[in-house]
Design a protein around this ligand. Sequence first.
Ligand code: NAD
Length: 292
Amino acid sequence: MEIGKIGIVGAGQMGTGIAHVCAIAGLDVTLQDTNPDQLLKALDSIDRTLERQVSKRKLSAEDKQIALARIHATGDFTDFGACDLVIEAATEQEDVKRAIFKELTPHLRAEALLASNTSSISITRLGAATDRPERFIGMHFMNPAPVMQLVELIRGIATDDATYEAIRSLTEDTLGKQIAVSEDYPAFIVNRILMPMINEAIYVLYEGVGSVEAIDIAMHLGVNHPLGPLALADFIGLDTCLSIMQVLYEGLADSKYRPCPLLVKYVEAGWIGRKVGRGFYDYRGETPVPTR
Ligand code: NAD
């Protein structure tokens, strides 16, 4: 199956990065979001990222313009009829994703494939909420998508071989990424391992074992992680971290996955990380300052 036209739902940090990766790989992209400001932000961010590559001579100015011209931003699904594949990358909440699939699928061709970039939610359950569970798959890009080499692929119970093969080939051959295949269990491989570590770092802060800076420097220099866990949580988005912990807690019914109350408090305050300028650090000044 040839995939040349991609639809992306959600123009947040992941939708933006996925649009960038697809456009650079020569695919036509229709990028949709219900928030018009977010669409403008996405186009501006892709423009600036590509410009940095031009200034480093990794991309020609002409190729930058060609890639940008491949991305078409829209507020609704009327232009999705020509898409070969739609990747859903909206907010990590099951009810939001289900509502999107309900509204989106009547606009799609019968043969079109559908993927979700969810970090944690059951692909089988999401697929069952669509009209095409056999052509539905998990395609979990890492953040930032243009930089990170991995895409986790997750087959739901109904995902057929042709869909898996088309998405594997797109990911490896067209987008040039590496894949890791995960069974469909809560949070898959990457976040099943990563998110409990981040949640534990937040417990370490909550219990007063270490300060924000001490925790991050300990894991950065002590374990050689490029980012400390609290800075990484801010980068991912604390709302997304909390949603993933809730999926782990509910899906695996084990108290070791209970979200730290301090994580809940930050999300309730709206201090959800870099994307709003404040999380465990305040990013509004010259350098990030811990908020506790
Ligand atoms: P984000 O908050 O940056 O963006 C979410 C976007 O979805 C927003 O622009 C919002 O306007 C849009 N949206 C919400 N409801 C919508 C609707 N009904 N229709 C269209 N758009 C809608 O979140 P993100 O970090 O980009 O995460 C998006 C998805 O990618 C989530 O499923 C998340 O779990 C997953 N993911 C996130 C990361 C990460 O590090 N943040 C990494 C891999 C995967």
